[in-house]
Design a protein around this ligand. Structure first.
Ligand code: DX5
Ligand code: ZN
Length: 232
């Protein structure tokens, strides 16, 4: 049986105009975004500081798209309840930041949240061995986290396909999300490696760019990929 990739595009608002978030989100929602990726940074796990639960609660009121929170924070368990109450639908914590991943994933699932584990480029896949059966998705960082607009790390391609093979050979359900440096130029490569949920920040939101048009271009590349898969 042919494996059918269910591809979703998740614009990251990190590169959007924060003074016009509602309009920015409306544009990509209309252009076919599947979820909104929210980068939460604490200035400790990563060098940058971004948004937290109050901003996310406001975003919850202006879009019906699922909200995907990517927590780049130390000891995320301290705040997970707040994010759940803010209305997120998907949440990932970093394997490097959470000493109780099993407990965190179970908590998320018990609360009806899609539970994800994120890992940095320098972190080996084998740290996922015990939690993969529980995870709804794995977020493979394709840049070192902290900032938008960085270049994709080419070594990530092999990592994605090794993870995909491991998931398939064990019959796990986890899907693969990829994040960092992804745009029209390398989208087909990450899809071929096995990624299914594509985060894109600066490729969609940047000064002088039409976010809706950029969103549609990414969707079109994803559709082409699915069509070519179906032909082979
Ligand atoms: C980086 C964040 C990303 C970021 C991606 O640490 O996790 O989600 O917004 O931005 P681009 O697509 O510009 O690399
Ligand atoms: Zn992210």
């Amino acid at each position: 049986m042919k494996l059918r990739q269910n591809i979703q595009i998740a614009p990251s608002i990190l590169s959007a105009d924060f003074a016009n978030l509602a309009a920015e989100i409306a544009k990509v929602e209309k252009a076919g975004a599947d979820l909104i990726h929210l980068d939460v940074m604490d200035g400790r796990f990563v060098p940058n500081i971004t948004i937290g639960p109050p901003v996310i609660a406001s975003i919850r009121r202006i879009t019906s798209l699922p909200l995907d929170a990517h927590l780049m924070i130390e000891t995320p368990v301290r705040y997970i309840d707040d994010f759940v109450r803010a209305g997120i639908n998907w949440l990932s914590v970093h394997v490097e930041a959470d000493q109780h991943l099993d407990r965190t994933l179970r908590f998320l699932k018990d609360n009806g949240i899609r539970a994800g584990v994120a890992l940095n480029p320098g972190t080996p896949l084998n740290l996922l061995d015990e939690v993969l059966p529980l995870a709804d998705f794995i977020l493979v960082m394709t840049v070192n986290p902290g900032f938008g607009g960085q270049s994709f790390l080419p070594s990530a391609i092999k990592k994605i396909s090794r993870l995909r093979d491991f998931i398939v050979s064990n019959g796990y359900q986890a899907r693969i999300e990829v994040d960092g440096g992804i745009g029209p130029g390398n989208l087909a490569d990450v899809l071929s490696a096995g990624a299914e949920i594509i985060v894109a920040g600066s490729a969609i939101f940047s000064a002088g760019k039409d976010a809706a048009e950029a969103m549609r271009e990414m969707k079109e590349i994803a559709d082409q990929h699915v069509r070519s898969r179906e032909r082979t």
